[in-house]
Ligand binder design. Structure first.
Ligand SMILES: NC(=O)c1ccc[n+]([C@@H]2O[C@H](COP(=O)([O-])OP(=O)(O)OC[C@H]3O[C@@H](n4cnc5c(N)ncnc54)[C@H](O)[C@@H]3O)[C@@H](O)[C@H]2O)c1
Length: 444
């Protein structure tokens, strides 16, 4: 049996979601504050949790004729929204109220009624080095002789946060800026090498890795909302197995890439060819500013480019997908703030080689799409932990642009396969039958 799964058909022996759950976010920017404000707004009955599967989706159980489709939150023992307590780290000292106003995602009419709640979320000093995120200079930053010292300070923060708020459990979701591109090297190969590299302040150890290390050492599930390596390396993978902690990543699947993982499976399902896919965006928030730096953009670009090849499988379908051109651009354009505008031009090929075009103009709100993903990842990761899952949670690929997968395994990018995998994992963990959609029994 693989280490990160349970035996199939087993009776559920999942620890219940008693007590309070802490959700810690490195980063208290647009995504984190929109997530926190939204949860509070739902708790007060001011909004509906639109976009969240844990809160709104149902799951079919058994045969279609049984008419059993409970809400996921009634089927699976996930923590209640009322039991969540928020905490964060950020190199800017602004509390969540100031940060939400600065981010400019939410209107004052949604912020003002929960101002007290937001004001009380004050970021802890961050582990931050602007070598890794060059466009930011904050003052709320930890000091330490070595990176290992800094990781130990983060561990202490987690323990203090837990004790202060009388929490039973904690999860961490990386909502901080995208760091520069780093390839996994010998420093990331084993836990020992990683710890030695922290001690000698090796450049290959980025702040996000220290947060991930601290989380795992404290038995805290870690989700990576940005494309930087963080937990996606052999050393921390091993640590997550040893500590029995679920991990997942990378890079929240929100706007344009989410659209890609909807449209590309549709083209492939109908055996239509692709000559090229050109994607461009304008974006004016701090994330856009950070991504204006070529080193951070390279991390993002790698994450965005991998999607189409994996879905379309040119090696299996050379006549349809060999050598298609795929270009992705992000342009920092301040007037738009968080309201990104994306354009996609898709050159497709049909019967007898005739060319056709699809144009998508997506006026989306990045953080509005990301916030429910943060909520679902936090709740599902906590659930997975209580269910005895550890290591990479492939069933959470649904939420990521660049899903982590076991070494040597191609990640699954198709949104609909990811959704089936997610729901079947919930069925599996709860001791329900898998749904294959074969359906022959209805015609016997
Ligand atoms: N919004 C989306 O749709 C979306 C989608 C995919 C990924 N993401 C990623 O999510 C992350 C957050 O996006 P955002 O729009 O909130 O950005 P943002 O710039 O508004 O917020 C990021 C915050 O992280 C802080 N930060 C930077 N380095 C830090 C560190 N080492 N420790 C703690 N805090 C640190 C920054 O000061 C900033 O306040 C980015 O990496 C972004 O690429 C966002």
């Amino acid at each position: 049996m693989p280490k990160n799964s349970r035996s199939s058909g087993s009776a559920p022996d999942i620890r219940p979601a008693t007590g309070r759950l802490g959700v810690l976010t490195p980063g208290l920017g647009a995504v984190a504050t929109t997530f926190m404000a939204g949860v509070e707004s739902v708790r007060r009955g001011h909004s509906k949790p639109i976009g969240s599967l844990t809160q709104m989706a149902t799951i079919r159980l058994g045969k279609r004729t049984e008419n059993r489709s409970p809400l996921i939150k009634d089927f699976v023992p996930i923590a209640a929204l009322d039991d969540i307590v928020f905490g964060a780290w950020d190199p800017f000292p602004d509390n969540a109220l100031e940060a939400a106003r600065h981010a400019g995602v939410l209107e004052e009419k949604h912020i003002a009624p929960i101002a007290d709640f937001l004001k009380a979320i004050v970021p802890m000093p961050a582990v931050f080095d602007n070598k890794y995120v060059t466009r930011i200079n904050g003052t709320n930053v930890k000091k330490g002789k070595t990176k290992r010292d800094l990781a130990e300070q983060l561990r202490q923060d987690i323990r203090d946060f837990k004790a202060r708020n009388k929490l039973e459990r904690v999860v961490m979701v990386w909502c901080a800026s995208t760091e520069i591109f780093i390839k996994a090297g010998p420093q990331h190969a084993t836990i020992e090498q990683f710890e030695k590299a922290m001690e000698r302040n090796d450049d290959a150890i980025a702040p996000s890795m220290l947060y991930a290390y601290a989380a795992l050492m404290e038995g805290v599930p870690f989700c990576n909302g940005a494309p930087n390596l963080s937990v996606d390396m052999p050393a921390l993978l091993k640590l997550s197995q040893e500590k029995g902690v679920p991990i997942s990543g990378k890079d929240f699947k929100t706007g344009q890439t989410w659209m890609k993982t909807v449209i590309a499976p549709g083209l492939k399902a109908r055996m239509l060819g692709l000559a090229g896919w050109y994607s461009t965006n304008i974006l004016g928030n701090r994330d856009g500013e950070v991504l204006d730096d070529p080193a951070s953009f390279k991390t993002k670009e790698e994450s965005k480019l991998s999607v189409l090849h994996t879905i379309l499988q040119p090696e299996l379908y050379p006549d349809l997908y060999k050598d298609f051109s795929h270009v992705v651009r992000i342009n920092y354009y301040p007037p738009r703030g968080d309201n990104k505008e994306g354009w996609d031009n898709i050159d497709i090929v049909g019967w007898m080689g005739y060319p056709m075009q699809i144009k998508v103009n997506f006026l989306c709100r990045d953080s509005i799409l990301a916030a429910p993903i943060v909520l679902d990842l936090a709740l599902f990761s906590d659930f997975a932990h209580r269910a005895g899952m550890k290591g990479i949670q492939e069933w959470l690929s649904f939420y990521y642009k660049s899903p982590m997968a076991a070494p040597g395994l191609q990640p699954e990018h198709d949104l609909f396969i990811q959704q089936t995998k997610l729901k079947n994992t919930l069925r599996h963990l709860m001791g329900e039958e898998q749904i294959t959609h074969l359906g022959l029994e209805y015609y016997a």
